[in-house]
Each structure stands twice: as structure tokens, then as C-alpha cells.
Design a protein around this ligand. Sequence first.
Ligand SMILES: CC/C=C\CC/C=C/CC(=O)SCCNC(=O)CCNC(=O)[C@H](O)C(C)(C)COP(=O)(O)OP(=O)(O)OC[C@H]1O[C@@H](n2cnc3c(N)ncnc32)[C@H](O)[C@@H]1OP(=O)(O)O
Length: 581
Amino acid sequence: MFLRNVMRKIASQKSLNGLAIKKNYFGTTSSLLDDFSINANEKTGVSVITMSKTPANSLNLEFIQELSMAIQKLNMEKSCRGIILTSSLPSIFSAGLDILEMYQPEPDRLEKFWTEFQEIWLALYSSPKTVMSAINGHSPAGGCIIALATDYRIMKPKFTIGLNETMLGIVAPFWAEDSMKAVIGQRRSEYSLQLGKLYTAEEALQINLIDEISDNPLQACEDEMMNWLKLPDHARTLTKFQNRGHIIEKMKKGRKEDLEKFVKFIPREGIQMALGTYLDNLKSRKKKQLKTCVSDVELIVRKIKYNLEDYTKTTFFYLGAQDGILAENLINSGCKKVIVTEHKKSNEEHLNEIQNRFREKFLRFTRFPNSRIIEEYKLDGLEEKNWHTQPKVAVILTLLTNDRSKLSLNSYLLRKQFPFNFGRTPIFLLTDNTESKVILMNETNLQTEKRIPSRALSYMFLYDRTLLAEIPRLKPSQKYTKLIKIQPKSDLVDLLYDEDKFKEAEVFLKHFFNKPYERVIPKIEKICPNLGSELIDMNITMLDRVKDLDFRIIGEIFRLVASNDNYSRNIIRVLSSRHEF
Ligand SMILES: CC/C=C\CC/C=C/CC(=O)SCCNC(=O)CCNC(=O)[C@H](O)C(C)(C)COP(=O)(O)OP(=O)(O)OC[C@H]1O[C@@H](n2cnc3c(N)ncnc32)[C@H](O)[C@@H]1OP(=O)(O)O
């Protein structure tokens, strides 16, 4: 049935020839908005569509409409046998859908926007012509969807491509997913989509997401096109539809539902919040250069202020009310938004105290909607509608603790607050909890329990000196892209950067790792009573079950050493020399 329709469509092109497209089809024409041009070569029958919508060829409604119309016309133009899509921008093929179309959208426009996007995809994916993408720049999300809808993809080295929708907290449509599966396979596709993977051209080639790499993708496409055009059009087209028919049919059947889903999904508060963050981040990405961290609240505040473009627009999420000193400092120094979270049941009295103190500073106190346990504090005069438009940076002031119940509470609150992906938002973790001796946060924790992708953790400010002991643990990880150098402010910090000392501790740890807890604990207890009891609190039965523990212990050792106490130094020496330990 589908193939019959295709045959009919191909046949009907003959009669449409010359009608559907302007008479002066050959040569160069520009779109009404000058967002792209078409160069139709009479000799080869190949039309090159060059997108030139500055700054990023992002697909807004008008751009898609015009582009879609042009492709549909070319699809019907008999003298056109091949279409190549490319970009005139130096480093971007297409940045995908214009995020501004989805951020704080007008309902009618949003509906039109998605309908047109479906339409352009159909026009490309079911084009009877040979369609190629000369991907001469970045091609994320919608850019990749467009490229995937073509028959052949040649990309310039180094740039990136992929369906990164989850990074924005949104979901690629099923038809884009289907087209990706058809190209790179089910498993790779699922993996790439879930993780919102952006691949370099080199990586993309390895997984067949693109077909070739070339320094001149347009020329390479033109050359490759000649091979494709050697074959009779009807045979090639029918073969294409034999392959794609089921995907096209599925899309057509599901497109109404897909549209309904989209217009319902996008305006959701959480999605808007995620898009706002992403957008802000995109805008300010280049300008943010965060450098140092200091172990003093005032200095941290000053640093943040200095580094953030607009400090007052930053939202601070303060997890665990504690005594609120850090939050108060932030507020005093100009921050207008702080969300304080606390488990009311467990700490109601404390929360009330905080609330009262904050009330003096804030003229209005609002309960966080849909939640009984999260309280929101904000300055009067802050526009309600901007409340959830995301800050440039999310700052999480969190209680890093060895208390499992508090940790899971924090995870819970984080999940509740942010059921979506943080995307590329840098997250600052601060703590003023000087009692803490351990961080149980590692990459796995962050990804699974707290659902913050590790890449978001690009910057960390740690106030608590004892927690600084954890910093070296993070060093080797590639994922922590910009770990800030901590200004040595104490012997402890100096020590942390003393590689030899650190190695010494590591050697020692190797010897008691993998040993049963029962054998190790009493020995640790003997030399370091606090550490032993903490391990007991954590209910650890085998040390090797807790991979992070090595650094925790290292941290503890450093802490002991930093106390400049001969006894502690002796402990280290003894431990390091006792291999049987
Ligand atoms: C039920 C289904 C639900 C939902 C499905 C929704 C499907 C969505 C598919 C999408 O396409 S979502 C859009 C995703 N797009 C992106 O994530 C790309 C974002 N852009 C970038 O990562 C980068 O801009 C780039 C790698 C493409 C290029 O980087 P660079 O060369 O450094 O350029 P700039 O970042 O400085 O960008 C220049 C300029 O353009 C603005 N911009 C970039 N992308 C977009 C966009 N997609 N929408 C709107 N605006 C965009 C960027 O903010 C810069 O603006 P300035 O004013 O600061 O110059």
C-alpha cells in the first residue's frame, strides 16, 4: 500500500513539474527571510540548500516553515535528483530547535512549531530524492534529527553531533528515535538517547551515525552524490521506501498523539525550569570563569559574587536548614533567591527558628507548592513569573554528612526538586558543616541517588576543611572538568597537595582494603576511635563494599596529621609500615 502511494507520488511529479516550483528553478534563490539559499545545478540535477540563519541555524517556526516548503517543492521537482543540506556558518550545521520556541511558549505557536517540525522531517525522510547532509559544524538535537532524515552524512572533523535532548530535560520524539535506531542500531541508540550523547565526528563515524569525515563535506557530498545518481531513480527510491516505510507510516499514524504530547509536555513547570537553565547556561557559558575557592564563608560569597555574571539572579538551594549561617551570608550579600529545604517532621523546631530569622529579611515567605516539606524563601518584589526561570548557576548548599539518614533526605529533596536532568548547569556544592568528617558523595551517588550528572559537577566549593580531604579523590576523574584549585589556607590544605604524603597514605590503605571488617575495625578503633565508630554507624561489614572509604580514611588521616599532633603522625608511620594490618 505504502509503496503504491510512493509510485503514485513519483508518477505525479511529472505533472507537477514546473508548477510546484518557480520557473527559474536553476541557479541560486534565497528564502524570503534570507535564512537559507538554494543553488540548483542544471547539469547535475543537484540542489544545495545552504542554511545561513545566524547565529546558530536554530530552527524556529518561520525558518522551519520556509525550509520545509522549499524541500517539499524540490521533492516534487522532476529535474531535481539530489538535495544536499549544508550551512554557511563557520562552525554550526544546525543547533537544533530554537529553544526560545519552547521556552515560555505561546500555546498556538507551540502547536504550529511542532507540526512544522514533524512536516519537515517527513519531507526529508520520505523524500524521493537522494538527500545528503554536508555537516560542516556542530549538529546537536534537531540538527542531528535533520541529518538523520537524510540518506548520507558527511561531517567535518572535530565538531559534534547527537541527540542530546535529555541534557535539556526533554525527550527526543519517537520518530527521531526510530530514525536513529535505523542508522546506528537499537542498543547504541538507546544508550545515546538516554545519556543525551554528543559525539565528535570521529566517534560518530565509529558508530555509523555519520558515513564519512571530510574537511570539505560539501565537496565530498557532491562527489558522493554522483555515485548515487548513477542508479535509476525509481529503483533507488523504492528501495529507500522499502527500508523506511514502516517508520514513516508509524510517524504518520502517531503524529497527532505526538503533537498532543509535545504541547502538553513542554509547558510543564519542571520542563520550563530545565529549559530556562539550559538557555541561561548557553548564554553565559563563555563568560563564566570560576577559579578559586577559599575556606571562609565571606570569601566564598565574594568569590561567587565576583564570578557570577548576575549574582542576585542566582538561586541557591540550601539543603538542610542547619543553622542557616551560610544561607544568611549569601542573602546578606545580595542574593535574592534562596530555597531552604528541611524535613519538617524531623526538625520542625529548627526550621521554625530559621524561618523566623529569615522572615526579618524577607518580606514574604512562601510555601513551596505541591510539597509539604520544602520551604521557599524569597525577596518581596521578585516577580512570581520569574521565580522558576532558572538561574545561571544552581548553587546547592548541602549538608555533607556521615549520617545516612540525612544523606538520603538530601537525595530525596534533590530528587523532588529536580526530577529532571541538570544539563550543563554547573553546580556548586557548599557546606558549612564543620562537624562533617566524610563525604559519601561520589560519581555513582550523584548519578543514581541524586540524579545529577557528574558533568554538572564542574565546580565545587567546599567550605568545610575536613571535607577538603576529599578533593584529591576527584582529581583523576576526567569527568570533573574544571576542578578548582583550592588556595592553601592551612597546613591541612597544604598537606592535601603534598603528593608524597598522599601516596604514603594510599600505600597503607592498600594493605587493609579487601580485609573483612571485623578484623580491621578493632585495629582502626585502637588508633583512631572516632573513625572506628563512624564505620560502625555506617553499618559496614566489609570494607571493600564501600569503594569511597579509602579516601574517607585518607581524609581522616590527613585530618589527624593536620592537627599537628605527634601522636597522629606516629599513627601514620605505624600504619604505613605494618603490612600485615
Ligand atoms: C515529547 C517531545 C518533547 C520534546 C522534544 C523536543 C525536541 C527538541 C530537539 C531540539 O533540537 S532541542 C534544542 C537542542 N539544542 C541544543 O542543545 C544546542 C544548543 N547549542 C549549543 O550547544 C551550541 O550553541 C553549539 C554547540 C550548537 C554551538 O556552540 P558555539 O559555536 O559556541 O555557539 P554559541 O553557543 O555561542 O551559540 C551562538 C548563539 O546561538 C544561541 N543558540 C545556540 N543554540 C541555540 C538553540 N538551540 N536555540 C536558541 N539559541 C541557540 C546561543 O545562545 C548563542 O546566542 P548568543 O546570543 O549568546 O550569541
